[in-house]
Design a protein around this ligand. Sequence first.
Ligand code: ATP
Ligand code: MG
Length: 373
Amino acid sequence: MHLSELKLRLFRNLGVQELSFPEEGVAIVGPNAQGKSNLLEAIYYLEIFRSFRGSKPQNLVAFGEDVFRVEGSIESGEGGKLATQIVAAYETSSRRRRITINGDQPARVGDAIGHLAAVVFSPADVGIIDAGPSARRRYLDVLLSLNREGYLGSLQTYKHILAQRNASLRSSADMMAVRAWDDSLARSASEIMIARADWVKERSGDFRRYYEMISGKISASMSYVSKVAIEDWNREQVYSKCLQVLEESWSRDIFRKNTSQGPHLDELLLTLQEGRTLGEIREIGSGGQRRTAALALRLIEGDTILGSRGVQPILLLDDAFAELDDGRRERVLSLMDQDRFGQVIMTAPKESDVQIHGENLYQWGIRDGKIYA
Ligand code: ATP
Ligand code: MG
């Protein structure tokens, strides 16, 4: 898959411009604060219609303006025969987002996301490792929403019912009112947990392998720790266990006025290993080790897209090697080279940072949001 055309209108500092991207990709070089990350943010917006940097939509609109619009054409299949046009716009005054795919407005978010397939590598990714468990749940939720049929629906249902149950817990101490939610909460909880557990099982070996290959020495492991302890991952067993823990905890939940059990409290545990578990990466890892774990998570994200959507994702590299030593940098680049990704759109403040991989890539410059060849 590759992005062929991008039309920008008042997205951050990028002004009004139209860009045609070479199929192999491009390296964009420019000093700090010119709009390099903004450009990758605009491209990735067309995949999930949110900022990969977690910015609120109103902050994506150019200062002093009301509406931004991003339009992208992607081509896939043999010789780029399948073309998809994705248009997204956001209006601050009405707080409305408008999305069209090939001219049609998708009925649900689930139908809008994932037409573009890309993976962003950004220095901010280390936040997935450093921050609390919710950052790693968000990583899992975005990834599974894009790559597992039905996951987004289950997640939306779960969040909706959880909010209702918590409202009941706050407003009444009526056991029946609270427990009325438990069955459907347990059902959607079990779907989420099973999808998470399956994916972690499927990809934990690769996470370890990539980590070892990049670090060259110490190892790391990824495991799924669900709040609701499960012994048997059979679908019905997980559901009945979720229902059971909800029933057991309702009196405590009423006292605390929130739901104390469920996948909204799960953890994707990442640990350093050296023959034994040394500890959580976020607690004992060095800067480079934490960056390495974040890179390994992005690499398995790329593999997941290739495995489930059957396309080589676009590689969006935002100054991704900033903190890596030369050895690690070269090993990451060789991992990225193995036909895992399609088009490469990379940014860096210095020309020397794109040289290794950038030899066969076109190079563009950027000043004050304006991109030039
Ligand atoms: P670095 O190399 O430091 O990462 P960059 O080229 O990636 O720099 P960006 O993060 O893309 O820089 O930001 C470029 C500029 O865009 C910054 O000066 C920022 O303040 C500005 N900017 C951010 N949001 C908006 C907005 N909504 N409207 C206009 N400009 C914005
Ligand atoms: Mg940047």
